[in-house]
Each structure stands twice: as C-alpha cells, then as structure tokens.
Design a protein around this ligand. Structure first.
Ligand code: ZN
Length: 156
C-alpha cells in the first residue's frame, strides 16, 4: 500500500539498495555477442555490459562494475529490464529512461517498471550521469552489434 511521497520514496530506496547489495546478472557471459564498458569520471563509476543476442533478441545480459550505489543499482535494474527483449525494445527503454532522467516534467513510462525507482535522481544533476552510465554502455554495445564503430563510452 502506497499512500504518499514518503512511502514511495522508501519503496524506491529499498529497490535501489536491494540492487546495490545483490546486483543481478553479474556473471560475465562465456559467449557474449558484444561487450562494452564505460566510466563516469565525475564519480569514479565503471560499468561493463555484455549481451548475448540471438537474431533480434537479447536473450542473455550481464553487467558489473564498481562505483556508487546509483550507478551499480541502475546497471542491475537495466539487466532485468532488457533481458529477453528485442533490440528495438531495449533501445526504446533506453530512450524512456533517459527521458525520465533529463526531462523534469516527464511522467515515467510505465514500461520502465522498477527503473522508476531511480526517477528521484533527476533532482540531483551530478548523479544523473551515474544513473544513465549503464544505459550509455548498453547503447555502445547495441551500436557494436549493429556493426558500427566501437569505442569506449565516457559520460562527462
Ligand atoms: Zn556515481
């Protein structure tokens, strides 16, 4: 039962802390289709992402790294959000997530699910880069998969 902002904030904090303490899908894939990594030098965050893509489907995903709780829980939440989705759906989620982080008036898209727990981060501009890092790295990996030039992503 969620009655107001306080309970909602508590729920969101609980989700973020849970993913920080027990990150999902941390095991590197033995047979990744693509891999990418990125850093957020402002905060010292580092995220690695691997995808196993079969046709148009992301059927395996791994993410790991080090850094603040927002960067690492965002990576963990991302792996759950994009697993077993198509590449197009993952790209749409990425846009929806970045919109939630950068457009203050945006109503978060419902499909973001637990990722909405990170919405409050948009009030803290320096932390937005922490939250979007994993998604920048995902974009990099998807770009590689599409056959474009790979490069290390740096958000600054
Ligand atoms: Zn950070």
């Amino acid at each position: 039962m969620i009655d107001g902002p306080t309970e909602l904030d508590d729920l969101y904090r609980t989700i973020i802390l849970d993913h920080h303490r027990r990150p999902r899908n941390r095991q590197p894939l033995p047979d990744a289709s693509v891999a990418a990594e990125g850093v957020n030098p402002l905060c010292g965050d580092e995220v690695h992402v691997q995808l196993g893509i079969d046709g148009d489907r992301i059927d395996r995903v791994a993410a790991w790294g080090k850094g603040c709780s927002i960067s690492q829980s965002s990576a963990s939440l991302m792996t759950e959000a994009i697993a077993d989705r198509s590449v197009v759906e993952a790209e749409r989620l990425k846009r929806a997530f970045e919109e939630m982080m950068t457009v203050a008036t945006a109503e978060p898209a419902e499909e973001l699910g637990d990722l909405i727990a990170l919405e409050g981060v948009h009030q803290f501009p320096v932390r937005i880069k922490c939250a979007v890092l994993a998604w920048k790295v995902l974009e990099e990996a998807l770009t590689q998969y599409a056959g474009k030039a790979p490069a290390t992503t740096t958000t600054e």
